[in-house]
Structure formats: structure tokens, C-alpha cells
Ligand binder design. Structure first.
Ligand SMILES: NC(=O)c1ccc[n+]([C@@H]2O[C@H](COP(=O)([O-])OP(=O)(O)OC[C@H]3O[C@@H](n4cnc5c(N)ncnc54)[C@H](OP(=O)(O)O)[C@@H]3O)[C@@H](O)[C@H]2O)c1
Length: 260
């Protein structure tokens, strides 16, 4: 069945791949990001660009989210699925990173999806249908140097979504969270450093990550299931059992890998 799917962070990386995946599978898509140029490029790569609507918004502006949700809901008189994917990376130590930078990371990665959900939920409840999907991260599962605020924001998002899933147990609204491993996108080059400036560096292991188009296919398939959470990782997924069984070995390996 043709659905209306709202995807945030749609101008690049995972979000752009999701726009193509959903549009090419015959759905109506609303694609949100700040960059008009980026969004137009993504739309032009879709098989049915006429089915994609651009929405330019800065999702860090929490006080504008109610209006945004109202406006987007009106386009097709409803939103069946929302994929809250917009996010920002980090590379900076706890000691050096300004609290304003950490606030910015939490605003986009945690408060923005939460606030959006609060505005969408009553509309979805009234319609009697809805699917809310958040993009988390494998980083929510264990602490890593230079990623404290990022990992904490994704951990908070995961626990919050799990709580919401329980609250909606008997409701027609379904909630899911996806935790990708390393995906080959520009997340690290647009990540914030300790001073809140763009890192502008491509990390080698990022380029070896999973292709975002492949991830988008997996997310699309997963979104049709009733399951709440799924990791999609490459070899880095081994960190998860290792962290449970022997965190000592995991951190020994991570320290060697990221030795300055
Ligand atoms: N890549 C990975 O290895 C990886 C792994 C695990 C989880 N994730 C998560 O996956 C999601 C997508 O990341 P990605 O890898 O695709 O990174 P990306 O290529 O940097 O994409 C980030 C997207 O978020 C949008 N965005 C950033 N700030 C925004 C703001 N203030 N308002 C609205 N949109 C904003 C960007 O668009 P504009 O700049 O045009 O606004 C862009 O479309 C993030 O939540 C990230 O944490 C990524």
C-alpha cells in the first residue's frame, strides 16, 4: 500500500538513501533538511521525483517543530511513517568540549526527535495508524573516547523509545529504533569538534563502512516487521558481544586502534 513517509536528515547519507528507497518503492516522501541544494540533488536521483516533497527546516529549532509537523501533515492529510534520522556527529574529549557543543548535539540527536514525536503522536492516534522510526547508533551501547555526548544522546534516545514502545503496546502506533554500525557517509566530516566547528575530516574506517543504500534496503525491510530494535553493522558489530563478555579486551583493542 502506498504510504506517506516523512524522512529527516534527507539531504545526504542514510537519509538520502532512505528517500530513494521509499520513493522508488512507490511511496510518497517528504524530505526534510536544511540544504535545499542537497535535497534537490537527492530528489533528482529518484525514479519518481514527482512523489517527493522538499521541506527545508532546521530541526534544532525546537520551537518551530509544532508548526513544521502541522504543515507537513497537511500536505497529504496525514503521515503514515516518520523516520527521524537527522543527526550530528562529534569528535572531542569531555575536557575540551564546550557544554554548548554538547547541548547542540543533544538538541538535534535527542530533543528534536522527541519533540517531533510529541507533536505527531496525537495526530497519528486520531488517524488510528502510524509508524515512528528513529535512527540510533551502535554507539549507544558502549562509551568511546571523543564521542561522549554523541553516544549519550543515542543511548538516551534508545531508552526513551523503548519506554514509548511500552506505552503504545496496545495502540495502532508502532515504534522502532535502528542502530547502525559504521556507514559510509559524511557524518564524521560534518561532525562537531570540541569548539563546535565542523571537523571536515574523513576518517578511513568511515569509508570502509556499509553502503548507505544497502542500509536503506535493510531499514525498509525491517520497517515492515513488528520488531522494536535492530542493529545493522559490519565487523564492528563484534564490539557488542565483546563489551558484554569482556569489556577489558574491547577497550584494549579500541585503545590500540585509536592510539594517538
Ligand atoms: N554514518 C554512520 O556511521 C552512522 C552510524 C550510526 C548512526 N548514524 C546516524 O544516522 C543518521 C544520519 O547520519 P548520516 O551518517 O547519514 O550523516 P550525514 O550524511 O551527515 O547526514 C546528516 C543529515 O542530517 C541533516 N541535518 C544535520 N543538522 C540538521 C539540522 N539542524 N536540521 C535539519 N537537518 C539536519 C543533514 O542535512 P543538512 O546539513 O542539509 O541540514 C543531513 O541530511 C544520524 O542520526 C547519525 O547519528 C550514522
Amino acid at each position: 500500500m502506498k504510504q506517506v513517509v516523512w524522512i529527516t536528515g534527507a539531504s545526504s547519507g542514510i537519509g538520502a538513501a532512505l528517500v530513494r528507497q521509499y520513493c522508488n518503492s512507490g511511496h510518497y516522501v517528504i524530505a526534510t533538511a536544511r540544504s535545499k541544494e542537497g535535497l534537490e540533488k537527492v530528489i533528482s536521483s529518484c525514479l519518481h521525483p514527482e512523489n517527493v516533497k522538499i521541506s527545508i527546516a532546521d530541526l534544532e529549532k525546537l520551537d518551530q517543530l509544532q508548526q513544521l509537523v502541522n504543515n507537513l501533515w497537511e500536505i497529504h492529510k496525514g503521515i503514515d511513517t516518520v523516520i527521524l534520522n537527522a543527526g550530528i556527529g562529534q569528535w572531542g574529549s569531555v575536557q575540551d568540549t564546550k557544554i554548548e557543543v554538547e547541548n547542540k548535539i543533544f538538541n538535534l540527536n535527542f530533543w528534536s526527535p522527541i519533540q517531533t514525536i510529541k507533536f505527531l503522536l496525537p495526530k497519528m492516534q486520531k488517524k488510528g495508524f502510524g509508524r515512528i522510526i528513529c535512527i540510533g547508533s551502535i554507539s549507544s551501547e558502549f562509551g568511546q573516547r571523543n564521542l561522549a555526548a554523541y553516544s549519550a544522546s543515542k543511548s538516551a534516545l534508545k531508552i526513551y523509545m523503548e519506554s514509548l514502545k511500552e506505552e503504545l503496546y496496545k495502540s495502532p502506533i508502532k515504534v522502532q529504533i535502528i542502530s547502525p554500525g559504521i556507514i559510509n557517509t559524511k557524518i564524521m566530516s560534518s561532525a562537531l569538534n570540541a569548539m563546535g566547528k565542523r571537523l571536515n575530516k574523513v576518517r578511513k574506517n568511515q569509508e570502509k563502512g556499509m553502503n548507505p543504500e544497502k542500509l536503506a534496503q535493510k531499514i525498509y525491510r525491517f520497517s515492515k516487521t513488528r520488531r522494536f530494535h535492530k542493529f545493522f553493522t559490519g565487523i564492528e558489530g563484534l564490539a557488542l558481544p565483546l563489551h558484554r563478555i569482556s569489556p577489558k579486551i574491547l577497550y584494549f583493542l579500541l585503545r590500540r586502534r585509536y592510539a594517538d
